[in-house]
Design a protein around this ligand. Structure first.
Ligand code: ADP
Length: 483
């Protein structure tokens, strides 16, 4: 099967969150299952072309694309995804991608990803490569299914090409003004209240993608159910209802070559579930780096996150002092909204012996925290899949999570009546539920034997991509069979 995989980020080139990890690892797993995968990404100015051996691609230079009334040109660059034979094509267009960050609030945000998508189609045409499937990811790529069925319907090259759209987070929908329909070169015939491009008076890329793609997936079975409800659907539940027979939840996998305590390049001591002494050494090192006193029986709780409302840290605000009175040391890594950044900064100032906060993005530290902590907190209000809890489970770092989305699918609560749990979880999105669950986990931590069993159960879980890659191939097959 030939797959064009199109996305707005991909590790190791550019990553802002879980999407980057998925795009960096799923193509590899698909290739192992026998697919031919070509990956398409924007060439943001932050991507280090020399370091990643990204080179100009043949004669694909100064290719014109019409955006609204203007003509913009792009060049094509190429690399091979590390440890694979996957071709990675970068759409190079400094006018749109020479910005401080991959995603912006700039007034031309729609144009940036319209250019990207049109450039992908243009590239496929010039390469004369007809994929069986275009696998789209999130709103930045969700006009591709629309283009294939409208502006590019004439092209016989795409006669048998079908589309699958993966929703990694329904909270991000790509909503723009009606002017954007013109920028996209689409017909206004579908832009009217309730029309396929329209949602609440905006041109909604994601809605259009949901309605035009053959198959829609999201990144965990529980989230697939949740987004069909008003509470989690972010206004998209009615549209998903229309496509519910073609909507599937496929749990993300993890790249065990990058995220395994046995081989991790970033941690000072490597380990497996057969010998946990080195995990203790990782904890000692981490605690030293945080300038805390090492205490064997005081658990270290880690947080690594984007700071956004979705992640649930607001629950900690009203109970901060109570949390700091628990016998726990905290290590926080994250960045995002100002409120959460200053909350953790202030706590670190007030309780320097208890809480260490690194505000920013730091891949090495993320690995270090994952290995060195005893527990890991994810109190998410919603969580499409979540990767950190899976990394932590495999590193013997026990997750404490809110039972939602992918967290509900991967973390099984340990409690006295069910001793098969691999972590701790709570259902009510309240500060009280959060506090009492942390308290429960801290209490169980004292029982060294039980704790080791909880850790080992997590370390033995198999979150590799193999199973999910097979599931995607089954869904590609369904898309191909569809009329
Ligand atoms: P989301 O995609 O919503 O951000 P996920 O749990 O799916 O959440 O994925 C987050 C990924 O981003 C993980 O690989 C995590 O380690 C990484 N990450 C998040 N924040 C940081 C940070 N400040 N520094 C380094 N890595 C981070």
């Amino acid at each position: 099967m030939k797959i064009a995989f199109v996305a707005s980020e991909c590790f190791p080139y550019v990553k802002t969150g879980g999407l980057g990890d998925v795009v960096g690892s799923l193509p590899k797993a698909l290739e192992e299952e026998g697919c031919v995968v070509k990956l398409f990404l924007p060439l943001y100015s932050g991507i280090k072309t020399e370091q990643h051996n990204i080179k100009p691609f043949e004669e694909f230079k100064d290719i014109p694309i019409r955006i609204g009334d203007n003509e913009v040109t792009f060049n094509l660059m190429h690399a091979i995804l590390p440890d694979t034979s996957v071709d990675v094509y970068f759409i190079d267009c400094p006018k749109y991608f020479d910005r401080e960050k991959p995603y912006t609030n700039d007034p031309d945000e729609d144009e940036r990803f319209i250019l990207f998508q049109l450039a992908v189609i243009e590239t496929l045409q010039r390469m004369k490569w007809a994929p069986d499937i275009i696998h789209c990811n999130d709103w930045q790529t969700s006009l591709l299914p629309v283009y294939l069925k409208t502006n590019y319907k004439w092209d016989k090259l795409f006669e048998n090409t079908k589309t699958l759209l993966s929703i990694h987070n329904i909270g991000y929908q790509g909503r723009f003004s009606g002017m954007s329909v013109h920028n996209a070169g689409l017909s206004y015939s579908e832009y009217y209240p309730g029309g396929s491009y329209e949602l609440d008076n905006t041109f909604c890329f994601l809605k259009a993608g949901i309605l035009f793609s053959e198959i829609i997936t999201t990144v965990s079975p529980t989230y697939a159910e949740e987004i069909q409800t008003e509470e989690f659907g972010a206004g998209m539940e009615g549209i998903l209802e229309l496509r519910k027979d073609d909507l599937y939840g496929v749990l993300n996998g993890i790249d065990s070559e990058i995220w395994s305590p046995e081989t991790d390049k970033f941690i000072p001591f490597r380990y497996t579930f057969k010998g946990l002494k080195n995990k203790r050494k990782c904890k000692m090192d981490l605690v030293k780096e945080a300038k805390f006193d090492y205490q064997e029986n005081v658990p270290v709780i880690g947080i690594i996150s984007r700071f956004a409302g979705q992640k649930g840290f607001d629950l900690m605000f009203p109970i901060a002092d109570e949390l700091m009175s628990l016998p726990v040391q905290w290590i926080i890594l994250g960045s995002g909204d100002d409120r959460t950044e200053s909350f953790f900064e202030q706590l670190a100032e007030k309780y320097p012996e208890k809480l260490n906060a690194y505000i920013g993005y730091n891949n090495r530290l993320a690995h270090y925290i994952t290995a060195g902590c005893d527990m890991f907190l994810m109190p998410s209000q919603y969580e499409p899949c979540g990767l950190n809890q899976m990394y932590c489970l495999n590193y013997g770092t026990v997750p404490v999570v809110r039972k939602t989305g992918g967290l509900a699918d991967t973390v099984k609560d340990y409690h006295e009546t069910d001793e098969n749990g691999n972590g701790f979880s709570f259902k009510d999105f309240t500060s009280y539920a959060l506090y009492s669950t942390i308290e429960r986990a801290v209490y169980m931590f004292k029982d060294v034997k039980v704790w080791k069993e909880i850790m080992k159960r997590g370390m033995k879980e198999d979150f590799s991509w193999k199973h999910s890659a097979k599931e995607y191939m089954r869904l590609y097959g369904k898309a191909i069979e569809s009329k």
